[in-house]
Design a protein around this ligand. Structure first.
Ligand code: ADP
Ligand code: MG
Length: 619
């Protein structure tokens, strides 16, 4: 019997589209062929139960013949089934595909399920199906097509149950005849499929090439060929209580090709109301937040689908690493659909809650351990709070502030410890070294200073102040004002602010300078230069986004009336000496937070020499 025909009227429309979207993600045709083989075996097992047979999918690279072959000993297909599942039905989903495919969002389709088989034509100029159904008395079938549009179908010669799909690889896609290239794709997409998968490379050893791996002995090569490339029982499908710490780490190493251990993890294991399995790992973060990127692999029943699907996983969780296996996701739709899908929203809300629970659990039961994680996880947690106020509400009790003394305090603990000293404020530093002098003014008064030195901290602080429901909370950088540094005293109260301001303005040649007189508890400290918090933040923010509006900085020179130097200066006759002291004091105030540059530095040194000379003369 021979049967020729055209697959479907729609095929002419669909093939070019398939080729277009596959262009960016071509490798997946291998996944589709292998997963069909796995499906065929799964169906066979369902029908026959445990038969003790060695059920497997074999991928054969035959460079000489120019073929890639996918063989399985699953249920196979009868002629009627080929007709029904290959020739006709495939394109009902194709129609749907076309409907959803807008064409303008490249790579916008994340699942290609239902079109699987036809993806073969992306890489092949001829596809052959050689199959024999498990059904008694079934005749073998040989189906062939060169373009996925016209086909021939006739009796085949196969005697073993199962199917071989033969792809004659086109010239442009010869890379898929390289065993290492195929192995790479199999590792990526098929590493956790449910049926053992073997790779057989028929290329003679001498002509195999792999830049990374030295070729093993013949024995080793043989043994390798006898080991499945996949793990048919991924850890995330097991019950959490059956998994050991070692296994979690091992899976992490394998998934992310690293020897590093994760900090801790969350095992997702839900059956109802939706099916969601997975493991989310908190990686060690050593770099600054900006460069951090996690990786969450999305699986659909053990078949790898894609990395970092933003629509399914809440954006801030993308800093984590791990796997999510979600059989019910409607993957053959566009991303914009997923974004608005209520089901997807439920999944992502569930994941968020699980992550929050894990953090709270660690905080409540293993506080010390949790603190050791904090340096690694805080950018993630803070980013999560800023992005999702529900997440913030869940974890707010477990948020820590690291102090310059290396302690970790919650907001409540900070408040309790600094009661009467910090009111509703949290004092912080963005650069512990540069701001060391200002930090010391606070720590010497027994006030804790928080270290807020990552990119996300600025957003996080604004969020805590305005969006976090912390009535009146203010974050104040150590050099923003001196309200926390003063004490009650009558001394020096008679110093005339107007007169001192004029003195400094004239000496510095800056008529805009603001001068304030305060009673600072550090009596040896004559002056402090402060920069208004909100103005500074605004400037930093705009600089970060590359927009500097030239907004003027708002500095205030604070004179300490409890310091003898200032009182002496106030009592001094206005002249060269007072001007010299004003300039010197101003520079010293500046120096405590940033280095002086060029001209400023030169005149500072010259002035210092002048003062020393005067002292030496006197002595
Ligand atoms: P899907 O796998 O989503 O059903 P595919 O286009 O990948 O869609 O495959 C279409 C159909 O072709 C399958 O549902 C199956 O009935 C049949 N098929 C494909 N490959 C095989 C195979 N190796 N063995 C048995 N049947 C197969
Ligand atoms: Mg399929």
């Amino acid at each position: 019997m021979e049967n020729k025909g055209n697959i479907s009227i729609h095929a002419q429309n669909i093939m070019p589209v398939i080729k277009r979207w596959l262009y960016s993600d071509k490798d997946i045709f291998i996944r589709e062929m292998v997963s069909n083989g796995c499906d065929a075996i799964t169906k066979y097992k369902m029908l026959k139960g445990e038969t003790g047979e060695d059920l497997r999918v074999t991928v054969t690279v035959d460079k000489e013949a120019g073929e890639l072959r996918f063989t399985d000993n699953g249920i196979g297909m009868t002629a009627e089934e080929v007709e029904k599942y290959i020739n006709q039905v495939a394109f009902s989903s194709a129609e749907e595909f076309l409907k959803n495919y807008t064409g303008d969002d490249k790579g916008g389709i994340i699942g290609h399920f239902g079109l699987g088989f036809y993806s073969a034509f992306m890489a092949a100029d001829k596809v052959t199906i050689d199959t024999l159904s498990y059904q008694e008395g079934a005749a073998p079938v040989l189906w062939e097509s060169e373009d996925g549009m016209a086909f021939t179908m006739r009796d085949g010669g196969r005697t073993e149950r199962g199917t071989t799909i033969i792809l004659h690889i086109m010239d442009e896609e010869k890379e898929f005849l390289d065993g290492y290239r195929v192995r790479q794709v199999l590792d990526r997409y098929c590493g956790y499929m449910s049926v053992p998968i073997y790779l057989e490379d028929m290329t003679p050893d001498e002509t195999k090439k792999d830049p990374d791996e030295p070729t093993g002995t013949e024995e080793e090569e043989k043994e390798k060929a006898q080991t499945p490339i996949n793990d048919v029982h991924p850890l995330w499908l097991k019950a959490p209580k059956e998994c050991t710490e070692e296994e979690y780490k091992e899976t992490y190493h394998k998934l992310f090709h690293t020897f590093e251990d994760p900090l801790f993890w969350v095992h997702l294991n839900v059956d109802y109301p939706f099916n969601l399995k997975g493991i989310l790992y908190f990686p060690r973060i050593k770099r600054d937040f900006g460069g951090q990127e996690g990786e969450i692999k999305l699986f659909n029943r053990q078949v790898f689908v894609a990395d970092n699907i933003k629509e399914v996983i809440p954006e801030f969780l993308m800093l984590l690493k791990g796997v999510i296996d979600c059989p019910d996701l409607p993957l053959n739709v566009s991303r914009s659909f997923l974004q608005n899908d209520g089901y997807v929203k439920k999944i992502s809300a569930h994941i968020t809650k699980k992550v929050a629970d894990r953090l709270n659990g660690l905080f409540n039961t293993e506080r010390k351990q949790y603190e050791t994680y904090w340096d690694d996880i805080h950018p993630f947690v803070k980013y999560g709070c800023v992005r999702d106020s529900k997440f913030y509400d869940m974890v707010k009790g477990s948020l820590l502030f690291k102090t310059t003394a290396g302690e970790y305090l919650t907001l409540d603990e900070y408040r309790a410890r600094n009661e009467g000293k910090a009111e509703k404020k949290v004092y912080y530093t963005t650069e512990q070294n540069r701001q060391a002098a200002a930090v010391a003014l606070y720590t010497e008064k027994g006030i804790d200073v928080a270290v807020m030195d990552t990119l996300i901290d600025m957003n996080f602080m604004s969020f805590m102040e305005f969006g976090g429901g912390n009535e009146g909370l203010q974050f104040v950088r150590v050099d923003a004002d001196v309200t926390g540094l003063t004490e009650e005293s009558e001394e020096g109260k008679d110093i005339d602010q107007g007169k001192m301001e004029k003195l400094f303005r004239d000496a510095l040649g800056d008529q805009e300078l603001t001068v304030k007189i305060e009673a600072l508890s550090d009596h040896d400290l004559p002056v402090v230069l402060t920069e208004e918090e909100q103005v500074r933040r605004y400037k930093e923010m705009s600089a970060m986004y590359g927009q500097d509006f030239g907004f003027p900085s708002k500095y205030t020179l604070v004179l300490n009336r409890l310091c003898p130097t200032i009182r002496a200066l106030a009592a001094m006759e206005e002249g060269d000496m007072s001007a010299l002291l004003c300039r010197q004091l101003f520079d010293l105030a500046r120096l405590s937070s940033r280095p002086l540059e060029a001209e400023d530095l030169k005149s500072f040194i010259a002035r210092s020499n002048e003062l020393i000379a005067k002292l030496a003369e006197k002595a």
